[in-house]
Ligand binder design. Sequence first.
Ligand code: PTJ
Length: 251
Amino acid sequence: MIPIDHPRYHSLVTRERLADAARKGVVAMEGLTAHGRGEAFDYLLGERTTMSALRAERTAAALLLSARHPVISVNGNTAAIAATEIAALQKATGALVEVNLFHRTEERIQLIEDLLTNAGADVFSGPAERLLPLSHDRAWCRREGMYAADVILIPLEDGDRCEALVKMGKTIIAIDLNPLSRTARAASLTIVDELTRAVPEITRASQELDTDDCACLISRLDNHYLLAEAICEMTTRLTACSGLKNTGQTP
Ligand code: PTJ
């Protein structure tokens, strides 16, 4: 039992949810390592949504609302820690929710689809085909789903598929705490924020923005600037923390 007044309560609860989901087969064992990598970058961000991340989240909402055929791609980690938030985002944007896995088995697909459905999402399921130009199993998707999409939200992605989807002419929105990752660099828009903070912010913005707001945000989209800002936030914090250490205080 994690005490609610523990200073790292949220982080510890999230870890527990992931470990539990890994035991049930929802999260791949490798997904636990991926989360740990994300946590390290979140620590550098100060475990908060920065101004540049908030701007990216509002732009993501604008892209999803303006899309012809928006899709939210869900993997094991995303379902384990943000199924309810994904269902709310789907309601706010009308996007299709489709499961796409790196460590793909039919059993995991079914478990994740059930988890999402129980959380209130309307999951686009059914037979998948090997449609994306990739040698691994993320190539499997649905012709009327991800393959036909013009805008896709990809939380916690590997770089290969992100690059492939961009080459196919799709607008790709990544959520990735690592601003240096191949995914972050290849995406059309990268949200450098923790998944469970990012998704509710996109939902909130989707409920607020009108057509003019969306057009304005999209016209000003500059992913190089957003990534540079995220790196700047991290280095500023590192510099500030090392300054504190020199004076004998703990960061
Ligand atoms: O469920 P599957 O089979 O599709 O597998 C999913 C994983 C996550 C194992 C797979 O996509 C993977 O290996 O991902 P990577 O290549 O490790 O990349 C994950 C990225 O997400 C890393 O850059 C992390 O920094 C980032 N990340 C991890 N946890 C979070 C995160 N970003 C935002 N919020 C998080 N909670």
